[in-house]
Design a protein around this ligand. Structure first.
Ligand SMILES: *Cc1c(COP(=O)(O)O)cnc(C)c1O
Length: 390
């Protein structure tokens, strides 16, 4: 008999009842160090007092009114994002895949308004943009699209890191290039800064819009508010979600004026998107993460963690191959199946997340204490020892 929950996930046999900072407690009272952070969502850890206060205060006043009315919390968060980024306009969603949908619509509408038939969006192998029909067509992988055809047309997937293929494809039929500055699901693959700069220039030459998916790499994860800032370039459109709500469902599409302007009244909408509860929390998350001191601390902690991971790779060459990533978006390429390593880590009381390319992801809370980094490394070491013996 089918389970009462649609069986689309292979779940670990764990149920958590509470969380605090980087720690989760399960039904049996066992504590786990959480280095998955709800897949890069709990950017400030569990039960952060300022977020709990922002949510409960708003919950006592007003939950939802719809976008038929002005929403001051939404306005304040949009203003903060515009102030801190390239963006001149923001639309709020409830998830990353909804942000992908709007980003695609925005690209199409932009060329429609200009009266030019530029219909192809270039994407990259290993990409992940969500699970909507548009987002799976964009990423194009067999794993996500099999059995769900006919796929939405208008995407062309290029190999990752193949400059010649990109140059050949980026002609004047291309509407936009859509890319993650650091692939998350694809195995923590960071696009080198010079490649992102080159891509920006190539888009400039061809007229194509540059769309960045920073759903996972954004909101301080790499030590900058957004990962593309390391390359010193601006996209035209950017998708954001995961960390921006700190655990409350929230996403956004950010755009410069030329990309945003064609999206006039009636062109897009969302019943929940940007509601008072989500935006009250999102505003508090922004306030904390956008502080330069906070971001500098992310980079310092990232350096510390990276060092520990390099040590693990050196100590367990039979289990680990290399360390990857940027900031606190870290990956360990494994020699043993990453699902086995993930399970061994879980047995040692450490939660991590598998990704493609036999990588495991470490995505701790951005404010993870140094002591928890040391503890995670110790638990990882125990997990690796157990795997070597077993
Ligand atoms: C998680 C993710 C998405 C999809 O977000 P959902 O909120 O799960 O819809 C899109 N792009 C990237 C890069 C992601 O990591």
């Amino acid at each position: 008999m089918i389970s009462s929950i649609l069986p689309t996930y292979n779940r670990a046999p764990l149920s958590f009842v509470s969380g605090e900072g980087s720690w989760l407690t399960d039904e049996g009272g066992r504590r786990f160090l959480d280095f998955g952070a709800g897949i890069a969502v709990n950017a400030l850890g569990h039960a952060h007092p300022a977020l709990v206060a922002a949510l409960t205060e708003q919950a006592g006043k007003l939950w939802h009114v719809s976008n038929l009315y002005r929403i001051p919390q939404q306005q304040a968060l949009a203003d903060a994002l515009v102030e801190q980024t390239f963006a001149e306009s923001v639309f709020f969603t409830n998830s990353g895949t909804e942000a992908a949908e709007l980003a695609i619509k925005m690209v199409r509408r932009y060329w429609f308004e200009r009266g030019e038939e530029r219909l192809t969006i270039l994407t990259f192998e290993g990409a992940f943009h969500g699970r909507s029909t548009g987002a799976i067509a964009a990423a194009g992988s067999e794993k996500m699209t099999k059995g769900f055809g006919p796929l939405m047309p208008g995407f062309k997937t290029l190999p990752w890191g193949d400059h010649d293929a990109l140059d050949a494809a980026l002609d004047d039929s291309v509407a936009a290039v859509l890319i993650e500055p650091v692939q998350g699901e694809g195995g923590i693959r960071a696009l080198p800064d010079q490649c992102l700069r080159g891509l920006r220039e190539a888009c400039e030459r061809s007229g194509a819009l540059l769309v960045l998916d920073e759903v996972q790499s954004g909101m301080g994860r790499t030590g900058r508010l957004f990962a593309h800032e390391w390359a010193g370039i601006d996209p035209d459109i950017m998708m954001v979600a995961k960390g921006i709500g700190g655990g409350f469902p929230l996403g956004a599409v950010l755009a410069n004026e030329r990309a945003a302007a064609p999206m006039g009244a009636g062109t897009h909408g969302s019943t929940y998107g940007g509601n008072p509860l989500a935006c009250a929390v999102g505003l508090k998350v922004m306030e904390i993460i956008a502080e330069p001191e906070f971001l500098a601390e992310v980079s310092r902690k990232a350096g510390l963690m990276r060092q520990k991971l390099e040590g693990l790779v050196a100590a367990h060459p039979d289990i680990f191959e290399e360390v990857r990533g940027l900031g606190l978006m870290l990956g360990l390429k494994c020699r043993k199946p990453n699902t086995d390593v993930t399970a061994a880590a879980r047995d040692a009381g450490l939660l991590v997340v598998p990704a493609a390319d036999n990588v495991i992801r470490l995505l701790p809370a951005l404010n993870v204490p140094d002591a928890d980094l040391a503890e995670a490394s110790a638990r990882f070491d125990r997990a690796a020892q157990a795997l070597s013996v077993g």
